[in-house]
Design a protein around this ligand. Sequence first.
Ligand code: ZN
Length: 222
Amino acid sequence: MAGKFELDDVVTNGAAKNGNGNGHSALSHAGAAPTLHDANVQEIYAELLKRIGEDPTRDGLKQTPKRMEKSMAFLTKGYEQSVAEVLHDALFDVDYDEMVMVRDIEFYSLCEHHLLPFFGKAHIAYVPNGKVVGLSKLPRIVEVFARRLQVQERLTQQIAEAIEEAIAPQGVGVVIEAQHLCMMMRGVEKQSSATVTSSLRGVFKTQLQTRNEFLSLVRAER
Ligand SMILES: [Zn+2]
């Protein structure tokens, strides 16, 4: 069958390490054919390298499955984090009711359609309603959601929602400008074009003046 996972070669060529030392942990169910479930992450990456026409045993690739496992764990570590954790000691009561803004927050994410990077800048602003978030925490909130498989639209909304939930401000605005390697590398789009998404809530939606102030700050010269 065309798509069947053939693990034997991967396991015996030494690309994958395993506990029992015989090189056949993936075949531990006596007599049963190996399935994807039996394979560890590095074995799966080694098999993937084979499927695209590579030799995972050659020098340059020997450590690649191990590196891929590590880097994928890092790039998706947001699944193990939560906004509540990030903000636990960083909410403060204030009297201030002008706009708070942090712009040019650099982020890197992976598009969920191609697992290729998209990256750029997030701009976040809110008008408090008795509470503020420690300023250094806004980039951390971006990180929690960017380090997952994403689409830019959802990333934008999740950041805005998280701030809404945390401090119930009068309003929140998030703008993200990003470049998508899945479009650039595949020639779908011109190299320099950026995709812009926004989420405007509360007074950022209802008050023209607040919205304009935010958007002009986003566009202002650096
Ligand atoms: Zn994509």
